[in-house]
Structure formats: C-alpha cells, structure tokens
Design a protein around this ligand. Sequence first.
Ligand code: GH3
Ligand code: MG
Ligand code: MG
Ligand code: MG
Ligand code: MG
Length: 343
Amino acid sequence: MTPDSSNRRTPEGNRRAGSEGAGRTVLIVDDDPAHVQHVREGLAPQGYRFREARDGAQALSAIREHRPDLILMDVEMPGLGGVEVCRIVKANAGEGGFGFIPVILMTARQAAGKVEGLELGADDYLVKPFDMLELSARVKSMLRLKALQDALIEKNRELDRANKELARKREELLTLSRTDPLTSLSNRRYFEERLGEEFARARRYRSALSLVMLDIDHFKRINDTYGHPFGDEVLRAVALASRARLREVDLLARYGGEELIALLPETSPADALRACERVREAIEALTLDYRASDGTQQTVRCTASLGLASLPSPGLQTAEDLMRAADESLYRAKEAGRNRVRQ
Ligand code: GH3
Ligand code: MG
Ligand code: MG
Ligand code: MG
Ligand code: MG
C-alpha cells in the first residue's frame, strides 16, 4: 500500500476529495423540505455549493440565476413537475441557452417513471429512498461529465476563435500579395490574373473590355530635380487621383515604375476614352508642395500619357494582343507630345 492510498480514508483524504467539489453548484429541487435537507446532508462532505427550489417554477428561475453544474430534481411536485422542467432544461441546452446541465431525477415511483425520465433526457435517475453513497457517487460522476462537456465546449470555442483568426490572416495575406506597397493599388501579378479572366469573359460574351496604359511624363526629371522620395510622393498622388476618377469595378494597378494600368470591364471605346480624359485632367490638375532643404517651397505639377485599346476587335485574339495594342497607343500619345490620350 502506498502512503497515498493509505491516506484516502483519513480526514486529510476526505478534505482532498471535498476540494474537488468546491465551487460546483448543485441545485436541489423538491417540494419536501425534509428530503432536500436529507440530500444536502448526504452530499455535505463534497463541499458543493447548494441552491434549493420547492417547485418547477422556482427551479427554472434558480437555473437562470445560478447556472448550476448539476440539478437533482424530484419528479412529483405541485405545478410544473420534474420531468417537464427537465424537458425545458434539455431543450435550452444550446449556445445562448443554459448550456449542458446534467439532471438527476429523483422519484418514489418505479419502472415506468424511470424510462420516461431517461427518454426525456434526464441524465440519471434515483428511486427514493436511495442510499447516500450511491447518491454521492452518481453526483460525482455527473459532475465529471459536466466538467468534460464544459472543457469540450471551451476547446471548441478556442478552435473557433483560432479558425476565424486564421481566415482573417489568410485574407490579409491574400490582400497583401495583391497590393503594391508604394501606391496601395493592385500590383502587376494580380492585374495579370484578372486580365486573363476578364479577357476570357469578354470574348465569351462578346462584351466590351477596355485596357488603359498610363505613363507619367518626364518622371525622370521629377526624380532628378526633387529627389526619389518626392518622386514617390508624386506617384502616390497620381495613383490616388486616377483611382478616384474610375469606377469601383474598374481595376487599377501599378504595372511597374511610373506606369499604371487599368482594366475597364463592360466599357466601350467611347466611354473608356472619356474615363481616360478624366484621369488625364485630374493628374494635370494635381499640385504637389515640394519643400527644399533651405526651407523654400515650390509647387510641382506633372502630366501623364494614356494609351487605350478595347474589345471587341477582330485583331485582338489574346490578352497579350490587347496589352500590345494599348502599349502602342501609349507610344503614340508620347510621340504626339505627351499629356494626352490615344486609342
Ligand atoms: P517619359 O515621358 O518618356 O515616360 O519619360 P520618363 O522620364 O517618365 O521615362 P523614363 O522611363 O526614362 O523614366 C522613368 C523613371 O521612373 C526612371 C525611374 O527611376 C523612375 N521610377 C521608376 N520607379 C520608381 C519609383 O518607384 N519611385 C520613383 N521615385 N521613381 C521611379
Ligand atoms: Mg415530491
Ligand atoms: Mg515608363
Ligand atoms: Mg519612358
Ligand atoms: Mg514616364
């Protein structure tokens, strides 16, 4: 015999067994106060916290108020009976309800009541008069079940939270992988992904699709004159102004360096031309404040050239054809003197 097992029946062993039940709330429901007292005395060594109710209605309000870990309930009571209360407790076991609370029904009746009680979701059943050791053992076993169930629910909640966090992170990463860090526009990778899809859709449904290439004019001069960081600022301002002049469904991306690219679904050449003109004007109207190291301030302006190509067009069989056509339009805009749109 180990020193520990020899300890079991000593007062110290009892105190330990009792501390396991400490903090657990047992609701005793019985219309007979003497029986309530009897049960309390039988369970006293376990250190439970007790709540009492004299009938079914009282039981329900005690359950709402105290959320007991276990209900020990008489079946035969005036008014709302134990079986009915049990049914209500089990019907409200879900999230937002009472949660899982084990119910042990107590009755003087034999057989029929027992089956009925268990079928209605009572977790255990005791027939009066019962042995106090049996009561104690069943209560302990039900409380263990309750603790396991609670732990499971908590684990599920944790898992749920972790899953939501993971989904959020994945969404965040996806957005990040599609975004240009300097301008916060879409990046080239995402643009190319979408171009393939939109091109296929437009071909299939013979719908309009316009593609715009935008290149800031003499951007090298801006960098050379005001420095690269100011050039970055100009780029951000151009991106923001362009984005604001397009529709929500239009995709605007930074294609590289100081080049933007836009995909305008369901947009005819004439409408796309108007959109390009709006963007060009908005960029032309930008004023950027440059502050030199000697403190002097200067207003900087810039312009951009835009090249446009649209579907449907018999010559444009692939997405690459469409890109090439827009690039050629952009070249013509530059050749014609910049700060203009060509298609
Ligand atoms: P053009 O009117 O013919 O387009 O003249 P440009 O000077 O704009 O064209 P070029 O291709 O000669 O120069 C583009 C410049 O854009 C050169 C490059 O350093 C600058 N650039 C590219 N990416 C960035 C960037 O992220 N930030 C800054 N500040 N400059 C950039
Ligand atoms: Mg009774
Ligand atoms: Mg360029
Ligand atoms: Mg160039
Ligand atoms: Mg340029």
